[in-house]
Write a protein that binds this ligand. Structure first.
Ligand SMILES: [Zn+2]
Ligand SMILES: [Zn+2]
Length: 172
């Protein structure tokens, strides 16, 4: 998705819309790595000779397994996008403000879109805050069916791993 600086210099700025693919997505669902779908982007850019402000909305779908109970989660994310691009030498304040320094008249926005999407993906991938997860001992989903196993309290991430091991044991 390209930003054409001269188009953004129009009095009303310009619209930039399109889709951006997310590379290197895993082929299957795993507990800690979300699969991110194509990103639909709708931006508005306004520029003067030196600076271009680019903002708007992005939407995408993420699919993953709950890190605790391993149920499938499908989420639609709506992510705001806001970047300032600057041509020429940056001032100290601009460096502090994390503006993007550019030299071309056509700027590929895909890397910035992808970065904003990655930053917006929830860090703890659980189906709900109070998900109690699978029982590491008997492998049951304790959200649906609490069991009476005596289980030492584990880190939730280890718990999902322990549950996987239980599943593997059962499969053998
Ligand atoms: Zn869960
Ligand atoms: Zn149990």
């Amino acid at each position: 998705m390209l930003l054409h600086w001269f188009q953004a210099e129009a009095p009303q700025g310009c619209e930039i819309a399109g889709t951006v693919g997310m590379p290197d997505q895993p082929s299957g669902l795993t507990p800690s790595i979300p699969v991110v779908g194509e990103v639909t982007v709708c931006l508005h850019a306004v520029a003067n000779r030196r600076e271009c402000e680019c903002s708007g909305e992005m939407t995408t779908n993420v699919d993953y397994l709950c890190a605790r109970c391993l149920c499938e989660i499908h989420k639609r994310l709506e992510i705001p996008f806001h970047e300032v691009l600057v041509r020429g030498t940056l001032s100290e304040a601009e460096v502090q403000a994390d503006v993007i320094q550019v030299t071309e008249d056509e700027i590929d926005l895909d890397p910035y879109v992808r970065q904003a999407v990655y930053l917006a993906i929830p860090f703890t991938a659980v189906c709900k805050e109070d998900c109690v997860g699978l029982c590491p001992q008997c492998g049951r989903d304790r959200n649906l069916d609490p069991c009476d196993c005596q289980v030492d309290v584990l880190d939730p991430r280890l718990e999902a791993l322990a549950a996987l091991l239980v599943k593997n044991d059962e499969a053998e």
